[in-house]
Design a protein around this ligand. Structure first.
Ligand code: NAP
Length: 432
């Protein structure tokens, strides 16, 4: 089995190391030798610690070689990976990639090329690094009905939020610390604004709901607006704040009265109760919780990034692809038969934690409660803190739609009660 590795950075270096160090085991597991034919890089003036004759800057020529059966793409970004993967698939070669950004936007084009050419396209490493979650969703749970996938799928933001929770420091201080320690990139936008998590959410939702989902279908908010005060508010109600990627079925009634099923895919910072399993996922770790009709709740936890952990997932895919090629046959391809519509964020039900500054006088509490009730936002608990002009009301709601909550907040701001809404935090991981 001839293998081409495209990219020799954090992940590529570890993939090449494992390929060379574990050649005998790989041969036994596949049934045939797995031979590294070449490695594509961009720069030639770097000492790579691999034999010079394996290196090339012409990735297209490497992919096209007759003795390459499987292409491992660990370059990242859209181009040239997109055209390289398409060239490989169109030549009937199998592809293993860790490229979530590409998959989240071009999944259809790539999956169709794989289908047309009866080739394997594997991407376990694209979501949550070492953690096996793609294959469980695609294969182990293929006979179940998945209702929800929720997780922490970005280590950089989890490191920052965990550190804010522990130290009480604010966002910019902890972002600087994450950068200093190498957890955040020089340009942290993709991580802190939730783009990376949104790409992974799109991939998870596609697999869980047998529906083609792209990053544009994902509602996204990052963590750059999370304040030390939000963390303190969370701590006061025995919660912490996590950037969650949530994919779930939303069942409700359409305007014509008929039942309907849609899916909601969203990424945002949310309050998570400290006794919820996701609250215990700290630092750069990732975790994904899957809820299915028959399996119940499953939790996957581990290292979501890093060269060696990510290479573990790549190598698992590589062994599968090599076995399939050697014995003939193919792994499961894309499944989009359900084609469920995407529910707009306004229709998505969530619980909320609403903080308000209120004047402490008779009638205000009743007036505030009435504004919630008018829009069908049912209140679970109300707590008043302090007295006089500086009094605070903290309202926790039952499930309500984003649209209803937004209307309530706007109405409160316009009301005669002198209410000022200081923060609205979504609350996840609790029963209604
Ligand atoms: P990286 O360290 O930036 O490495 C990228 C590699 O691609 C470099 O070796 C670079 O060559 C090479 N490259 C860039 N443009 C090229 C071109 N036109 N032709 C040939 N080679 C080219 O990236 P990484 O962190 O290993 O990530 C790779 C992929 O894995 C990305 O899709 C990423 O999202 C995914 N991933 C990474 C992690 C992680 O922890 N790092 C985790 C999960 C998934 P030079 O060395 O010459 O610059």
């Amino acid at each position: 089995m001839g293998v081409a590795v495209l990219g020799l950075g954090n992940v590529g270096t570890e993939v090449v190391r494992v390929l060379r160090e574990h050649a005998a085991d790989l041969r036994a597991r596949v049934g045939a030798p797995v031979v590294l034919r070449g490695i594509a890089v961009r720069r030639t003036d770097v000492d790579r610690g691999v034999p010079e004759d394996l290196l090339t800057t012409d990735a297209h020529a490497l992919v096209a070689r007759d003795d390459v059966d499987i292409v491992v793409e660990v370059i990242g970004g859209i181009e040239p990976p997109r055209s390289l993967i398409l060239a490989a698939l169109n030549a009937g070669k199998s592809v293993v990639t860790a490229n979530k950004a590409l998959l989240a936007d071009y999944t259809g084009e790539l999956a169709e090329a794989a289908e047309r050419n009866r080739a394997d396209l594997y991407f376990e490493a694209a979501v949550a690094g070492a953690i096996p979650v793609v294959r469980p969703l695609m294969q182990s749970l293929a006979g179940d009905r998945v209702n929800r996938v929720a997780g922490i799928v970005n280590g950089t933001t989890n490191f920052i939020l965990s550190a804010m929770d522990e130290t009480g420091a604010d966002y910019s201080e902890m972002l600087a610390e994450a950068t200093r320690l190498g957890y955040a990139e020089a340009d942290p936008t993709a991580d802190v604004e939730g783009y990376d998590a949104a790409a992974k959410a799109a991939i998870l939702a596609s697999l869980a709901f047998h529906t083609r989902v792209t990053a544009a279908d994902v509602y996204r908010e990052g963590i750059s607006k999370v304040t030390a005060e939000d963390l303190a508010t969370a701590a006061a109600v025995n919660c912490t704040v996590k950037l969650l990627a949530i994919c779930e079925r939303v069942e409700d009634v359409a305007d014509d009265g008929s039942p309907r099923e849609r899916i909601s895919i969203r990424v945002y910072p949310a309050l998570v109760p400290r006794d919820h399993p996701l609250a215990a996922v700290n630092g750069a770790f990732n975790a994904v919780v899957v809820e299915a009709d028959n399996a119940g709740r499953l939790m996957f936890y581990g290292q979501g990034a890093g060269g060696a952990p990510t290479a573990s997932a790549v190598m698992g895919d590589l062994v599968m692809a090599a076995r399939n090629k050697y014995y003939g046959g193919r792994g499961p391809g894309e499944s989009t038969y359900a084609s469920l519509p995407i529910a707009p964020m306004g229709d998505t039900p969530t619980r909320y934690h609403v903080n308000m500054q209120v004047p402490d006088r008779p009638g205000v509490l009743a007036g505030v409660a009435a504004e919630f009730a008018k829009r069908d936002v049912s209140i679970s608990t109300v707590r008043q803190e302090g007295a006089g002009e500086g009094a605070r009301l903290v309202v926790v709601t039952h499930l309500a739609t984003e649209a209803a909550l937004a209307e309530t907040v706007a109405a409160l701001a316009d009301s005669e009660y002198g209410v000022s809404v200081t923060s609205v935090l979504r609350l996840e991981g609790t029963k209604e």
